[in-house]
Structure formats: structure tokens, C-alpha cells
Design a protein around this ligand. Structure first.
Ligand code: HEC
Length: 238
């Protein structure tokens, strides 16, 4: 009897140690420095280019997370999960961005401080041309500077463990950073992000959080109940 109790206690201790290790790995991964050779994005005030950038902002799905006015918003929440995309107007997170910073954040998934983004699908934008990036960034830069949201990436415990164990990865880990930008208009930038089942974005685009693709009906159930579902995509973003 005593040996059984001892064995159980031993297993419990081992499990706790494993959990602590995975969480510590997750922190290390989030804090890691991702070295990319970034290219400078050209700024323009040309009206036609800016209009192209506005279309890209909508079609590439930036709007679903960063909001119609670019001021940032909470775009997913539930059961320990909270994701807020930051303010992209000139008064926001990008106020001090240099021309290279735009490229590394959007195409490489790396913030100016060298840390990986966690909940933004930069791998979808990695194949863009520098012209497309220039149009998009020029559009963002001419938005009226306005107060907005700061980024929040809060993952449930199970997600942090999965990330720590390397079962899920961030965009910077999924990108081949040596691949050059497209030379001309890229298919990924032209394609609307609407999935065949009519969703604005697959759930997996909220980061490696829930790497499953839900049907439209499942999304609706999640939205209707809000409870008992791992994640709720806010109705306004769909
Ligand atoms: C699925 C939601 C989502 C989509 C789609 C998305 N973003 Fe983001 N974005 C985020 C989140 C969340 C952050 C905060 C950083 C992180 O993920 O850890 C962020 C951060 C950023 C940053 C700032 C990085 C920093 O802290 O310096 C920029 C710039 C940005 N996004 C631009 C864009 C643009 C442009 C697009 C479209 C091409 C886009 N995002 C699409 C969610 C998204």
C-alpha cells in the first residue's frame, strides 16, 4: 500500500516537473531572438498605390484582426484564450517603425525587438512582393493617427505546453526566411482569405492556438453558445 502511494506521488512529481519544463521551454521560445535580414519597404503617397494597399488590407485579412479602422481589437477569446491585435495607425505599435521593421513583422513574423509574433499568420504574407508590401504599408501610414489597442496574446495552459513541447510553432518557425519576396504580384496577396466554407479566416490563423479547421456550422455553434468551446471568433470579424 505504502509503495503504491509512493509510486503515485512519484508520478505526480514527475508530471509537475514535466509541466514546469514545458512552460519554461515555451517562455524560452517566445523570448528567442530570430535573426532575419530584412529589406526596406518603400513608402509612397501615390493615391492609386494607397488604394491598392487598402484592398490588400481587406483581402489579406489584416482587417479581421486589426479592425476596419486599423486601431486594433480583441479578435478571439474564451477558456483562457485572449488575442488582441495592436493598433496599426501611426499612433500605435508601429509609431517608431523603420522601413525594414514592416518587412520583418509582416513577411517574417519577427517584431523589431527580434521576438517572434505569436498569433499573426505571417507565413501567409511571406510570398508577397515588395511592391505589394509597399502599397499596404503606405496605406497604413496615411491612416489618421488614433488611440487604439496594445497587443495581447494570452494562451490557455494546454496551448503553452503544446508550444513549449514544439507540437505547435509560431509563424517565424514556419517561414523559410531566405526565400526572397515575389518579383511581381503574388498569388497569396491577390487571393481573398475567405475559405471555401465561407469563413473569413480558418481558426488556425489565430496562431498555432487551435490547429483545426472548423466548419461554418461549428463556428456558429461556438458563437451561439460561447461556452464549452475552446475559442470564439468575434462575430464582427467574420
Ligand atoms: C489572425 C489575426 C491577425 C491577422 C490576420 C494579422 N495580424 Fe498583425 N498582429 C496580430 C497580433 C495578435 C499581433 C501581436 C503580435 C503577436 O502575434 O504576438 C499582430 C502584430 C502586428 C504588427 C506589429 C508587430 C509589433 O509588435 O511590432 C504589425 C505591423 C501587424 N500585425 C501588421 C499586420 C498586417 C499588415 C496584416 C495583414 C497583412 C496583419 N497584421 C494580419 C494579429 C493578426
Amino acid at each position: 500500500m505504502a509503495s503504491l502511494a509512493l509510486a503515485t506521488a512519484g508520478l505526480g512529481v514527475a508530471a509537475l516537473a514535466g509541466l514546469a519544463w514545458a512552460l519554461q521551454q515555451a517562455d524560452a521560445r517566445m523570448q528567442r531572438d530570430v535573426a532575419v535580414k530584412s529589406r526596406a519597404v518603400a513608402y509612397t503617397t501615390d493615391a492609386v498605390t494607397i488604394e491598392r494597399g487598402r484592398r490588400l488590407y481587406l483581402d489579406a485579412g489584416c482587417v479581421h484582426c486589426h479592425g476596419a479602422d486599423g486601431r486594433g481589437q480583441e479578435f478571439a477569446s474564451g477558456a483562457g484564450l485572449r488575442l488582441v491585435a495592436p493598433n496599426l495607425t501611426p499612433a500605435g505599435a508601429v509609431a517608431r517603425y523603420q522601413p525594414e521593421d514592416w518587412n520583418s513583422a509582416i513577411r517574417h513574423g519577427v517584431k523589431p525587438n527580434g521576438r517572434p509574433v505569436l498569433a499573426m499568420p505571417s507565413e501567409r504574407y511571406h510570398g508577397w512582393s515588395m511592391d505589394e508590401l509597399s502599397a499596404l504599408v503606405s496605406y497604413l501610414r496615411q491612416l489618421p493617427p488614433a488611440p487604439g489597442e496594445a497587443a495581447v496574446v494570452q494562451w490557455p495552459l494546454v496551448q503553452r505546453v503544446r508550444y513549449g513541447l514544439g507540437w505547435d510553432t509560431d509563424a517565424a518557425a514556419r517561414i523559410d526566411h531566405r526565400r526572397p519576396p515575389a518579383r511581381s504580384a503574388s498569388a497569396s496577396a491577390m487571393a481573398s482569405m475567405t475559405t471555401p466554407d465561407g469563413l473569413a479566416l480558418p481558426c488556425s490563423d489565430c496562431g498555432p492556438v487551435w490547429p483545426i479547421t472548423w466548419s461554418a456550422a461549428q463556428h456558429d455553434t461556438a458563437n451561439a453558445t460561447g461556452l464549452g468551446q475552446p475559442m470564439r471568433m468575434h462575430a464582427s470579424q467574420r
